[in-house]
Design a protein around this ligand. Sequence first.
Ligand code: MG
Length: 162
Amino acid sequence: MKIGKKMEKSINSQIHAEFDSSYLYLSMAAWFEDADLPGCAHWMEKQAVEEWEHGMKFYKYLVSRGGRVVLEAIPVPQKEWKDATEVFEEVLAHEEKVTSLINSMAELAEKEKDYATRSMLNWFIDEQVEEEEHATEIYTKFKNSGGSPMACYMIDRELGSR
Ligand code: MG
């Protein structure tokens, strides 16, 4: 069954949100490179690629349901942060925002009785639990380090092994 117009619009805006996340995380990766935290840069670069893949997952799904993918402009991402703690605090806030977008999509799918989309979204609902868990873990580590260079070095090394 061809996808409905409301759901199509919602998936298109989620494609945009995922690519927007990807661009933000790549900007964070570039900031970490510049701040001499290569492990964090590596982690963030991988995160950027993952978000791109999320966007493509929605893209392919919309095509498979006979929908029309329409891309929007991606705004210039933030490029400066105070420190690593602030970056990960923003990653967490960003992921919480994405979770609420995914939840709204699930609500719409239920309202529209679009059970195929509702089922597809389960993967993203589970994925968001992981994203928030990881972001919280890293944010907490940096926050507890109190900016100690040795602690930052250790966390950076750990993130480099992702
Ligand atoms: Mg995502």
